[in-house]
Design a protein around this ligand. Structure first.
Ligand SMILES: [Zn+2]
Length: 84
């Protein structure tokens, strides 16, 4: 167990928070609320579509409580997701 002068030992608490996984998209995806026809400047980027949809639904419930996330609307939102 000989650590170098300035070793590269692991530091606790520095583990990567995001582990890339092979999924539907391997690139980041983004979405703009204005694309849905709102006056909102909300814009979200995430590593996966699932993660992005979580951001969007949370945003919709907070910023657009009147927006009814029906399957139709959700499908429309997913159609506006862009790979970046
Ligand atoms: Zn919005």
């Amino acid at each position: 167990m000989s650590a170098g002068p300035s070793g590269t030992e692991n530091q606790p608490g520095q583990a990567p928070r995001f582990v890339p996984q092979k999924g539907r998209y391997e690139m980041a995806v983004s979405w703009q609320c204005a694309d849905l026809g709102t006056d909102c400047t909300g814009e979200f980027t995430a590593g996966t579509e699932v993660e992005l949809m979580e951001h969007i639904t949370l945003h919709a419930s907070q910023a657009h409580p009147e927006m009814d996330l029906t399957p139709d609307i959700v499908e429309q939102i997913r159609g506006l997701v862009r790979v970046v």
